[in-house]
Design a binder for this molecule. Structure first.
Ligand SMILES: Nc1ncnc2c1ncn2[C@@H]1O[C@H](COP(=O)(O)OP(=O)(O)OP(=O)(O)O)[C@@H](O)[C@H]1O
Length: 138
């Protein structure tokens, strides 16, 4: 079955939305197969956000994402990659519809509550970045 990698970002943790967000994933039928709380290092963030590392806003993302510990979650289910992205809504929380996670809990472009892998291939890469194989219970 397909898996994806989700990060409950520092704004999600600071605003105490972790439980509500995980509840939405579970209510949508997805299963948690791995989870832990970690502080993201510069090194990990540089590889995770390599596709935006040359953008002028990158230093702000790095400071934000390392500002407090996050929860990384491995989720499993049918079509989980696309379905979780649908539950999140668009990257900019201000453009996200009510009823989506970013529309309900997000505040802006950077503080958008949750990261989720955007393809099956990236899900594999990102799961391997954050979890050892014996930390996934699938
Ligand atoms: N113009 C911007 N200003 C500030 N932060 C931005 C901007 N564009 C993107 N970001 C931040 O960088 C992250 C990665 O951007 P990307 O384009 O990959 O969006 P995404 O795939 O929806 O987000 P994520 O990878 O976190 O799920 C976004 O989630 C957001 O936090």
């Amino acid at each position: 079955m397909q898996k994806t990698l989700v990060i409950l970002k520092p704004d999600c943790m600071a605003n105490k939305h972790a439980g509500s967000v995980i509840d939405r994933f579970e209510k949508a039928g997805f299963e948690i197969v791995g989870a832990k709380m970690i502080r993201l290092s510069s090194e990990v963030l540089r590889s995770h956000y390599a596709h935006v590392a040359d953008k002028p806003f990158y230093p702000e993302i790095e400071a934000f994402m390392s500002s407090r510990p996050v929860i990384v979650v491995a989720l499993q289910g049918d079509d989980v990659v696309a379905k979780i992205r649908e539950l999140l809504g668009p990257t900019d929380s201000r453009k996200a519809a009510k009823g989506t996670i970013r529309g309900d809990f997000g505040t802006e472009m950077m503080k958008n509550v949750v990261h989720a892998s955007d393809s099956d291939e990236n899900a594999r890469i990102e799961l391997a970045r954050f979890f050892k194989s014996d930390e996934i219970f699938a």
